[in-house]
Design a binder for this molecule. Structure first.
Ligand SMILES: Nc1ncnc2c1ncn2[C@@H]1O[C@H](COP(=O)(O)OP(=O)(O)O)[C@@H](O)[C@H]1O
Ligand SMILES: [Mg+2]
Length: 302
């Protein structure tokens, strides 16, 4: 029997993979699978030569969204597959979750094709409470800004930010800033083959009324710690994945998924579903059982 080959897709800034994914290589070797870190936009790669390609740390895709999806379409054995990546890399999927009664952060959606005036943008921003402006295609909090409505200067910065995104043809989301993020952070629940593995807590990333975060590297620094999810958090995360599976017409669970939740006043709210290139924070799963399960699942599909 020939040895199975798996590519772990990464970006050129992290050619040797993120620290969290590196242990996958020896874990897969123990299972008789040869795994290699491969840069997704390296033109020399023959993707068809791999039994399975697993997207891991392709964290530079957001400004090259179309190119990234076009690449995904060309990879014969991709997990998660291209249609999942297409659906998940545009946060309008949150609207699909909301329609299916999964609690999400309330969001105002702005379509660039509607050519909103500054005044029209202004009227769509909340009158009270901090709020967030972000593009629907983004990763690592890039181009995401937090603003305060009662400050004329902050409001004006928010309008400029929104207009810039709309003028560049990008859909924009406006959300209330969920203040519990400052104290309780976000809870990130990791799933392998549809089965919950472990959770990690992520600190708040947006420090204050600010200009959008640009040019700070691939992502904002994240501080993580291990955490046990509540039954309610598990339920919301599981429902979000079920709805995603139905919307995508999947006939088997996704190889990997991460659901990020924040605490709303009445319970957990989905802030993001990561089915594309989640950092799974496997090293926060104690003696790392998630790594073993993930390696098992990859080996089984290779
Ligand atoms: N409505 C919000 N309330 C509080 N914090 C938010 C909100 N939206 C975004 N953030 C902060 O910005 C970060 C990035 O936003 P997110 O929606 O997770 O997009 P991405 O991770 O894809 O850039 C979050 O991790 C969180 O710290
Ligand atoms: Mg996020």
């Amino acid at each position: 029997m020939t040895t199975k080959r798996v590519a772990l897709a990464t970006c050129s800034d992290l050619p040797a993979l993120d620290r969290d994914d590196k242990p996958l290589v020896p874990a897969l070797a123990q299972r008789g699978v040869t795994a290699e870190a491969v840069v997704w936009d390296d033109p020399a790669v023959d993707w068809a030569s791999y039994d399975l390609v697993v997207v891991r740390s392709t964290w530079d895709y957001a400004p090259r969204h179309d190119e990234f999806l076009a690449w995904a379409e060309t990879v014969p054995h991709l997990a998660n597959p291209a249609d999942v990546l297409r659906w998940n890399t545009d946060k309008r999927y949150l609207h699909t979750l909301e329609e299916a009664d999964v609690p999400v952060i309330p969001t105002v959606w702005l379509d660039p094709a509607r050519h909103f005036s500054k005044r029209a943008v202004h009227t769509r921003m909340p009158a009270f409470g901090d709020f967030v402006v972000k593009p629907v295609v983004s990763a690592g909090a890039k181009d995401t800004g937090r603003y305060i409505p009662i400050s004329a200067q902050s409001r004006s910065m928010a309008i400029t930010h929104t207009m810039e995104l709309l003028d560049s043809g990008r859909w924009v989301m406006i959300q209330p800033y969920v203040t519990s993020v400052d104290s309780a952070g976000e809870t990130c629940l990791t799933f392998v083959d549809g089965v919950f593995q472990h959770a990690a807590r992520k600190n708040a990333l947006l420090t204050g009324p600010s200009q959008p975060t640009k040019g700070l590297g691939l992502y904002l620094a994240e501080t993580m710690s291990a955490v046990a999810p509540t039954p309610e958090q598990l339920d919301v995360a599981q429902r979000a994945l079920d709805v995603a599976g139905e919307a995508l017409g999947l006939d088997r669970p996704l190889l990997y998924a991460r659901v990020d939740l924040v605490a709303g006043e009445e319970g957990p709210l989905v802030i993001e579903l990561e089915l594309t290139e989640p950092n799974m924070w496997m090293r926060y799963s104690g003696s790392n059982p998630t790594l073993e399960r993930f390696a098992d699942a990859i080996a089984a599909r290779a």
